[in-house]
Design a protein around this ligand. Sequence first.
Ligand code: HEM
Length: 115
Amino acid sequence: MKLQIYQILHVASMVVLTAFTFMAFANPDPKGKKKTMMITGMMSLLMLIGGFGMLAVLKYGFPAWVFLKIVCWLGLSGMAGMAYRKPEKMGTWKFMSLAFLLVAILTVYLKSSFE
Ligand code: HEM
């Protein structure tokens, strides 16, 4: 049951974080900045709690692939802020967000091949 709670926390907060990040990309109006930063900050934290919760419940220890996921998590968490700071580079932020998501997801499913 604990595992399912962490899984749901991890995946649901990832979906909300991604949704709000791409909403900021679509409309980087400074009026919405405070709300977006609040929601993405909370989701980012919940995602990390879910991730570390799973690591603990599954007794994985701290394998190398987790470092890669932490880099992706840090990167994705910073993307909404970048949309407001440098909206002229939106193409780069979109590409980087998709890359972070893809690498983090591939890490989960391919981790057994490089363990
Ligand atoms: C951009 C960042 C991240 C994305 C997109 C992401 C995505 C995912 C997805 C889709 C799953 C599969 C869910 C499932 O099988 O229930 C997963 C599982 C997992 N994630 Fe993440 N994650 C990210 C960051 C992190 C971080 C920072 C940590 C650790 C602190 C972490 C730890 C885990 C663990 C332990 C699992 C379970 C793996 C397993 O079932 O064998 N993730 N993640």
